[in-house]
Write a protein that binds this ligand. Structure first.
Ligand code: GDP
Length: 305
């Protein structure tokens, strides 16, 4: 193990903006080795106080909807405003297939070349809930490393996307132009957790279909329950390829952020999320203790379990 894995040293390097240290720190929190988990805990403790000024944005949509194209363009706009952008991809597909929907191609080329951006897929090992937990920890590390806009990218088909709602401040759902069935692959819970719904690829031959989808979605959101902050999702349309509609998306996100800060929603949402994760940790710990207890291991076969 390299000397720089010492949590105190890693923390100082990470705070000084050392990208290699940040990458190494994320690898540390992803480790399943007990000794590294202890180090990861120590590192995370040090990093937690630096999370305050960040905005955590969930970006969800099925494969091909245009996530990487949008994040690439949108991330560049954020950087132009002086922000530092971290993109963390949660990829549930990789657990089953060993392959990956999000990590298998050159994605976000402009953003990838930016010193003010950091892009990282979440490792595929572990349970579904574990994916979101590791993303949460990676997010805390990115914030301590000075990234103040965290984009959490998911495909919107599995349980871990619902968990993602427990780590973001607001969520953007991307949908394809093509009225009606474009939402079929998206779980209702994910639709309900959206603060902004964006019809992508609203350009060229897609424009008419994009407009139809936009109107359909405007009706559909009226049928959803309001979000915890009392508001309903707003529907937007954009073309990341042509750079259209992205300024509006940027504005809406900034407005929501301002509103959530002013009315206390941001602070109460984060506090509730902390509680949620604490309960999850306790539950998982108890379940683990139960499953690994020698008497349980001995008794289970007799119960046919
Ligand atoms: P992801 O799988 O959700 O990350 O989707 P990608 O960003 O990789 O985009 C999938 C395909 O849609 C690619 O061929 C993109 O070039 C195309 N695409 C993405 N955004 C747009 C857009 O705004 N307009 C058009 N016409 N095509 C787009």
């Amino acid at each position: 193990m390299s000397r720089s894995m010492d949590p105190a040293e890693l923390f100082h390097l990470l705070r000084s903006g050392d990208r290699a240290a940040l990458a190494q720190a994320i690898t540390l929190v992803e480790s399943t080795l007990p000794i590294e988990q202890v180090r990861a805990e120590e590192l995370l403790e040090r990093c937690l106080p630096f999370a305050q000024d960040s905005l955590r944005i969930g970006i969800t949509g099925p494969p091909g909807v245009g996530k990487s194209t949008l994040i690439d363009a949108f991330g560049m706009l954020l950087i132009k405003q002086g922000h530092r952008v971290a993109v963390l991809a949660v990829d549930p597909s990789s657990q089953q297939s060993g392959g990956s929907i999000l990590g298998d191609k050159t994605r976000m080329e402009r953003l990838g070349a930016e010193p003010a951006a950091f892009i990282r897929p979440t490792a595929s090992r572990g349970s579904l809930g574990g994916l979101a937990r590791r993303t949460r920890e990676a997010m805390v590390l990115c914030e301590a490393a000075g990234y103040d806009r965290i984009l959490i990218e998911t495909v919107g088909v599995g349980q871990s996307e619902l968990d993602v709602d427990h780590l973001t401040d607001l969520n953007v759902l991307l949908t394809l132009p093509g009225a009606g069935d474009e939402l079929q692959g998206i779980k209702r819970g994910i639709m309900e957790s959206a603060d902004l719904i964006v019809v992508t690829k609203s350009d060229g031959a897609n424009t008419a279909r994009a407009n139809a989808a936009f109107l359909d979605l405007q009706h559909a959101v009226q049928l959803l329950p309001p979000r915890a902050h009392g508001g309903r999702a707003e529907v937007l349309a954009c073309s990341a390829l042509m750079g259209e509609g992205l300024d509006t998306l940027l504005d809406r996100i900034a407005q929501l952020h301002e509103r959530f800060q002013a009315n206390g929603h941001l602070a109460s949402r984060r506090a509730a999320q902390e509680g949620w994760w604490m309960h999850r940790t306790v539950e998982e710990g108890l379940l683990q203790a139960f499953r690994t207890h020698p008497k349980v291991i001995e008794a289970l076969p007799a119960l046919g379990a």
